[in-house]
Write a protein that binds this ligand. Structure first.
Ligand SMILES: [Zn+2]
Length: 66
């Protein structure tokens, strides 16, 4: 089984993005091209995973913060 999770297309255009944690609702600003996994600073749930380019979001995209 291949789990297909495409990066949000618009996510590629920004540098920083506000992402909503699916587990606790906390909103956190993260670097779009982070090379390390990003976790929620409140509950520790994953928000984005590195892919070598634009991070793959596992939280919910809210808006850009530039
Ligand atoms: Zn959270």
């Amino acid at each position: 089984m291949v789990e297909k999770q495409e990066p949000i297309e618009e996510f590629r255009r920004g540098t920083f993005a506000r992402v909503d944690c699916d587990d606790c609702g906390h909103q956190q600003v993260l670097f779009v091209r982070s090379a390390t996994p990003i976790t929620c600073e409140v509950c520790g749930s994953g928000l984005a995973e590195p892919t070598g380019g634009v991070a793959k979001l596992t939280g919910t995209f809210v808006e850009y913060v530039d």
